[in-house]
Ligand binder design. Structure first.
Ligand code: KG4
Ligand code: ZN
Length: 341
């Protein structure tokens, strides 16, 4: 404790960003250090797990040193060390977990294992101190699509999830199909601005199961069929119209489910999180849907939507407040579910 504050050093290596941060009292960002591997994976059209792990090993010490230096602190003054231990790529997660364990052990500090999805949700607390549970959460990332009720700090009830592709995965696959490359989400977002979202109608999938479950592989297949058909007929495809129409249909499904859940459960606060919540179409569409339905919307700044260590530090603080610290046998759990410990 430094002047009555709790400073947590946090590490995030679940996918293709090597990140470290120092977060004070679960809210104040003392530093935010990120090394992104995107340019390396772009060469292969997607994340190559083995390369991701190796790159994390190469960069992690430097990223942590930068985070401590930027926060003007040292390991002695840190109160705890937090790390993402799942879900994610096993080799990538292991780098962060091993590093955090070694640092925490050597410095004699508590270790806090954090769920990556809980981290994404917690990103909202960085800039919105007024946001308090209960609220409705929509997590849309490259690996996950969850509609949840945040019942209390670090307590969740899942209302719906994707039954096939995650929202970000659909963006990435469609981008690849129309030749935009990796990472697809930001590219589709940019290209959509030049296109007509009403040019092509892509059907929305019906999902058997929870009324709040999602399916994105249907929309993705509809796009691929459209492309194949156009190729067969020697018709030219306007990539901007296709991207804009695809984005519109994904945004509509996400907004419709969110508003329906808010009505059903009588919840007035909605928070979005995850890489896809950086999407300008989704931000605008959800803002409009919430305004029309008397809901308050919270979204992190784009930098806190995609993977970063600050959000992990915020989640770690809430876990720490509840007395939840990890033991020295903490391991990477690639398939870790939200709310699972
Ligand atoms: O949350 P995130 O950084 O990593 C995971 O936990 O998966 O999300 C990455 C995903 C990728 O699929 C990426 O294409 C998507 O988020 N993404 C976007 C945008 N920025 C990132 N999707 C749509 N529009 C964006 N602007
Ligand atoms: Zn993520």
């Amino acid at each position: 404790m430094k002047n009555g504050h709790t400073d947590i050093l946090t590490i995030e290596t679940s996918c293709d960003e090597t990140a470290a941060a120092v977060v004070r009292d679960g809210r104040e960002v003392l530093s935010n250090s990120i090394y992104t591997q995107i340019s390396m994976h772009t060469l292969y059209g997607g994340v190559v797990p083995e390369l991701a792990s190796r790159s994390h090993i190469e960069k992690i010490n430097h990223v942590i040193e930068s985070a401590l230096a930027e926060a003007n602190t040292t390991l002695d003054d840190i109160d705890a060390v937090a790390v993402t231990y799942g879900p994610g790529l096993v080799g990538a997660l292991l780098v962060g977990v091993a590093e955090a364990k070694a640092i925490a052990w050597a410095a004699g500090k508590p270790l806090i294992g954090v769920n990556h999805i809980e981290g994404h949700i917690s990103a909202n607390y960085i800039e919105h101190p007024e946001l308090k549970p209960p609220y409705l959460g929509l997590v849309v990332s490259g690996g996950h699509t969850h509609l949840i009720i945040v019942k209390d700090w670090a307590e969740f009830e899942i209302l719906g999830r994707t039954v096939d592709d995650a929202a970000g995965e659909a963006f990435d696959k469609v981008a690849r199909a129309i030749g935009l490359g990796y990472p697809g989400g930001p590219k589709i977002d940019a290209v959509s601005k030049e296109g007509n979202p009403d040019a092509i109608h892509f059907p929305k999938a019906k999902v058997n199961g929870s009324e709040f479950d999602f399916s994105f592989s249907g929309i993705k297949s509809a796009v691929l069929n459209y492309l194949n058909h156009a190729q067969m007929m020697h018709e030219e495809v306007c990539a901007a119209d296709l991207a804009a129409s695809f984005q519109k249909s994904v945004v509509e499904v996400l907004c419709d489910h969110t508003v329906a859940a808010a009505k059903k459960y009588g919840i007035r606060q909605v928070a979005m999180a995850g890489g896809v919540s950086a999407n300008s179409g989704l931000r605008a569409g959800m803002k409009k849907a919430c305004e029309e339905n008397g809901l308050e919307l919270y979204v992190p700044s784009p930098i806190y939507c995609t993977d970063n260590a600050v959000m992990i530090g915020v989640a770690a603080w809430h876990e720490y407040q509840k007395g939840r610290v990890s033991s020295w046998d903490l391991n990477a759990v690639p398939g870790l579910k939200l709310g699972e410990r």
